[in-house]
Design a protein around this ligand. Structure first.
Ligand code: NQM
Length: 359
């Protein structure tokens, strides 16, 4: 049996989109789920709000893990299991995907020699194990190496980097099994009109006004409003039940997204809660799910879509914009995609802190 405390674990840290995660080859981690999760929590420094004795960055956006292996699925090259770790609670959840961390998966697979490079641009077919759906990531690989430098800017990340283009084929009903998990395009929770939708991420949509908000509040304004966060928590728990997700306590889905008309040249404004703390920007698959939901006649916010372009939708969020490519026809998703960037931050051996994370 490997003594990870003394050998450490081979690990790469990458920024994927506006998130940061620890990337592992599955074979480098314990095979037993409980042992694996215990090790990951100790590496991340969870539970501790500062994660001072681990590699996490004190937020859910920097407490993420990707477990990668070659795929046996005929439509995929790589399997990607996403795990969301808690920060101050010792939780590890496989209930959601993460489209931001996904941006680092193709580059990681090339770095580790798990897929061949194919000329100046490599495409990797990635099975998102959490939802058993496939995404294709395309990125530059001149001279057989991943190119991280480039001229693409994404809101929420300083500087520029090389693009990673993500295309999704079959994300409908990721965790819930259905694009409209309640079977209806509109429901009511605590007297508030909502649309529950899952095109890669289970989200509950409501107008910001129905929470007494403008929908343009800053991240600190939202994160410091404890009564609002308590209300969001109770609200998303009810939404989770309606969506067939059971009791969402301790899991990271569903997310709540509050909508408002655009005010910065985009097509809509969003404030997301993941699942209780506000997001500094917006999740990739969350944004895709929001846009998909709004495009359905009868959905909350559908009236905002009247003059939307046919595909590229500009989603405003607290720190900028996220452009998603979503096409819906006759209530079904034809395609969805997004442009992200990624960067390798370190490659080496990580050492877990001692003790049990659950004591
Ligand atoms: O929705 C955060 C993130 C995410 C998820 C979260 C994401 C997605 O920004 O695909 O990217 O929802 O907890 O990394």
């Amino acid at each position: 049996m490997t003594d990870y405390d003394s050998t450490g674990v081979r690990c790469m840290m990458l920024r994927g989109g506006t998130s940061r995660g620890l990337f592992f080859e599955a074979a480098d981690l314990p095979a037993r789920t409980e042992e694996r999760d215990d090790l990951l929590l100790r590496l991340m420094g969870t539970p501790d709000p500062r994660q001072i004795d681990g590699l996490g960055g004190s937020t859910s956006l920097t407490s993420k893990v990707a477990v990668i292996s070659r795929s046996e699925h005929p439509a995929a090259d790589i399997d990607y299991l996403f795990l969301q770790l808690g920060v101050d609670e010792p939780t590890v959840s496989d209930r959601q995907n993460c489209g931001n961390i996904l941006a680092g998966v193709g580059p990681f697979a090339v770095e580790r020699g798990l897929v061949p490079v194919s000329g100046d641009d490599t495409s990797v077919r990635i099975r998102m194990v959490n939802s058993d759906s496939v995404a294709v990531a395309s990125f530059a690989t001149p001279q057989g190496r991943v190119e991280y430098r480039g001229d693409v800017t994404i809101s929420g990340v300083p500087g520029t980097a090389s693009p990673v283009i993500l295309g999704f084929t079959d994300t409908e009903g990721s965790a819930t099994g259905r694009l409209l998990p309640t079977g209806q395009v509109r429901d009511s929770i605590d007297g508030i009109d909502v649309t529950c939708v899952d095109n890669g991420m289970p989200v509950v949509l409501a107008m910001a006004g129905s929470f007494g908000l403008t929908g343009y509040e800053s991240h600190p304004e939202l994160s410091e409003d404890q009564p609002l966060l308590d209300r969001i928590d109770a609200f998303r728990r009810k939404a989770g039940q309606l969506m067939g997700l059971g009791d969402p306590a301790g899991t990271s889905v569903p997310k709540t997204v509050l909508l408002a008309p655009p005010r910065d040249g985009g097509q809509l404004s969003t404030r997301s809660f993941i699942p209780v703390q506000p997001h500094t920007s917006v999740g990739v698959l969350a944004a895709i799910s929001v846009v998909t939901g709004m495009l359905l006649p009868g959905a909350v916010g559908h009236e905002l879509t009247a003059d939307w372009p046919t595909s590229r939708i500009d989603v405003e969020h607290p720190t900028g914009h996220l452009l998603v490519d979503v096409v819906v026809e006759d209530g079904a998703v034809v395609r969805s995609g997004v442009v992200r960037t990624a960067r390798k931050l370190f490659d080496g051996v990580a050492f877990p802190r001692a003790g049990s994370p659950r004591e």
